[in-house]
Write a protein that binds this ligand. Structure first.
Ligand code: IPM
Ligand code: MG
Length: 353
């Protein structure tokens, strides 16, 4: 297969981790006979410095015309004081909204090799933890009208039925390939958007009689995630609740440095990125954990290119690397081998060949 991948390394540790993920993708291409062409694009703080805009038009255009996008991270203290319309984070929202990536998949997987890093009592996660957060990504309060009044401020949350329907369908499709359980999270005791959400999800559920559906209020869901995380298979939720719950879900897997994500729409196009931020304090020091970005490449192979074998190979290589004892500082524990970003990349690459 021949494909074009847009690379947006971004700020902080972004370039460090994207570099390793690209080496892994190259190793996969070489091993399985594919040809990857890369486009290097700028966004976030780097783009602000070079062009005055967090998301230059060129970046959106070139990213959109690729087969998939691999993004590192954007932002950092250097740009904390720029006007809100120019913040690096705007680039992320612009890419998500501009390319219509309404479906955000955030798998929270506890690797048995890292079980010690889980902050919960071991009996709560015995046998492993495997939760898929399906977050609506282009609607809700993130994209609603906001502003200032004389002595106040407002942000608005709105959803259309079709926006809810399409993300719900994705969640049920994914659940069909997993343990066939969807937990829809809302705040239907308060929010009108949540009442529409719940009713619409109920309707979509009729097309998936094999899938068990339940609803939780978001406050309860956040408690249940730490009280009994094994009750979850697929968590379906709106944009902001998904932002919050996916951070919580990631933490119970031990390290935010391990979790990838995919942002998808109805065709095969997608943007892939680790869920962690740009960690400017360790940028360029060969300290960052590249595994979340490498695992994002696995998601790209699976969801955009439908290359299951190749995706499995990357995930297998990561497991093998952990089995071999390699650990970056964020997941290091006694008795394992501390390594840097590059050495971690090397280890995964050698496990693919
Ligand atoms: C995430 C991040 C972003 C979000 C920020 C950086 C805009 O927290 O991807 O979870 O809130 O969506
Ligand atoms: Mg977040």
């Amino acid at each position: 297969m021949k494909f074009t991948v847009a690379l947006i390394p971004g700020d902080g540790i972004g370039p460090d981790i994207v570099k390793e993920a690209v080496r892994v993708l190259d190793a996969v291409a070489l091993t399985y006979g594919h040809e990857v062409t890369y486009k290097h694009l700028i966004a976030g703080g780097e783009a602000i410095d070079q062009t005055g805009q967090p998301l230059p038009e060129e970046t959106l255009k070139e990213a959109s015309s690729s087969d998939a996008v691999l993004l590192g991270a954007v932002g950092g203290p250097k740009w904390d004081n720029v006007p809100s319309s120019l913040r690096p984070e705007k680039a992320l929202l612009g890419l998500r909204g501009g390319m219509g990536l309404f479906c955000n998949l955030r798998p929270a997987l506890l690797y048995s090799q890292l079980a010690d890093a889980c902050p919960l009592r071991s009996e709560l996660v015995e046998g492993g933890l495997d939760v898929m957060v399906v977050r609506e990504l282009t609607g809700g309060i993130y994209f609603g009208k906001r502003g200032r009044s004389e002595d106040g401020a407002y942000d608005t949350m709105s959803y259309t039925k079709s926006e809810i329907e399409r993300i719900a369908r994705k969640a049920f499709e994914i659940a069909m390939k997993r343990k066939k359980k969807v937990t829809s999270v809302d705040k239907a005791n308060i929010l009108e958007t949540s009442r529409l959400w719940r009713a619409t999800v109920e309707e979509v559920a009729k097309d998936y009689p094999e899938v068990e559906l339940n609803h939780l209020y978001v406050d309860n869901a956040s408690m249940q995630l730490v009280r009994n995380p094994k009750q979850f298979d697929v968590i379906l939720t709106e944009n902001m609740f998904g932002d919050i719950l996916s951070d919580e879900a990631s933490m119970i897997t031990g390290s935010i440095g391990m979790l990838p994500s995919a942002s998808l729409r109805s065709d095969s196009f997608g943007m892939y990125e680790p869920i962690h931020g740009s960690a400017p304090d360790i940028a360029g020091q060969d300290k960052a954990n590249p595994l979340a970005t490498i695992l994002s490449v696995a998601m790209m192979l699976r969801y955009t290119f439908s290359l299951q074998k190749e995706a499995d190979a990357v995930e297998e290589a990561v497991r093998k690397t952990l089995d071999d004892g390699w650990r970056t500082a964020d997941i290091f524990s006694e008795g394992t081998k501390l390594c840097g970003t590059r050495a971690m990349g090397d280890a995964v690459v050698s496990n693919i060949r």
